[in-house]
Design a protein around this ligand. Sequence first.
Ligand SMILES: [Zn+2]
Length: 450
Amino acid sequence: MGHRPKMSPEEVRSHLLSYIESKKNEQTQLLEDLVKIPSISCTQHEGAAQKLVERSLRGTHGIDLDLWEPRTEDLSAYPLHPIRTGEWTYDGRPNVVGILRGTGGGKSIILNGHIDVVSPEPVKEWKHAPWGSEIVGDKMYGRGTMDMKGGIAAMVYAVRAIAESGIKLRGDVILESMVEEEYGGGGTVAAVVKGYKADAAIICEATSSNSIGIASGGSRFFRVKIYGKPEWPHLAHYGVNAIGLASKVYEALLELDRERGLRLRGKHPMLESLRAGDMRGPGRPTNMTIGVMRAGDWPATVAGWAEIEGRVGFPPSESGHDVQREVEQAVRRAAEGDPWMLEHPPEVEWWGARREAFELDPSSPVVQTLKKNVDSLVGPCELYGTSSASDAAYIAPKVGAYGGIPTVSYGPGGGGAHTFDEYVNLQEVTDVTKVLASTIIDWCGRDDAL
Ligand SMILES: [Zn+2]
């Protein structure tokens, strides 16, 4: 039994922090390599990027790996799974989970991140190549740097730092690098269905190194199908134009959005803070976006059909089910005011990701543990909410037998996510890594008998 002198908690922490500091270049290299892979959601490049995460974890003593390609049959076990049609496949796009097992008796934690990114188009608008990982000063540019390969690099090195420093934890750490977040969250749903759960979860999405997300809006995607009566030109006056009908439905949806905005205003200060330009919702805890309108087949035929597609967001006081009913009622009201639609009612379909909203109490233990470490390692910590959704929606809200895990978002910040010249602040990557590692020790507990 080789006895080393036991380290005090302060010594352990300072050892860990200097270890992370010493691995800065290596960590930046991993981030650079990840960003150079164009892992746009639902492409095979997701798999290529996952290989790098796998490789970075594989060599680390004490980390067990679980890699699997989700199957759509498995996803359907989740009550609100992202609805997929046709031959959807995860071939070549595995989830990667790394597990650092505790010695027992401590609380467990999930660190979750997504490897996929959104399209960089239009690329010609970028001043820095989207797949170039170009570093200027403290910023690394490229699609996915902020959202959220910076977060992936932080969580990988936080866990590696603990494992490689020989620190034994009491509780388990589950590191999840997931596919397909941007396109609905099938990766995380697959991990939830597979049984991965813990006493708390941190989604390492870009909040900035001194702010923690504790509330998030829910969302539903809808499609309204509107039916008119096509006619050819000389009988056009006998036709019923679906474009005109669709505009009535559109007005009714806008009216619902206005009414919801007024009704819910003031009820969710976390989601309404008036800070535009970042993740906070400027003055509104709910928004409806109408993003797609299609109609008709041919200029010389009265449009016989139309479709409107949109997304409705909602705050934690509402359930997705109730919000769906409100949208359906608004469409019905529009139809009832039109003699043709009364007889030929539009249909509302729900498709894609179905995410519930959630809000965590600021006094919740995981918030307090993380906040304490942000305060001491980075600076005064801010708690906030966002009406945008992330994979937290499949971990935090209780949905059927799943979820109900206290979940926060915390990761390195930057700018330009989902637009041009995305970047992450490299200092924040380091700071977040330190905060995560230190939080894990506090949360899971250190087994100092070893
Ligand atoms: Zn993201």
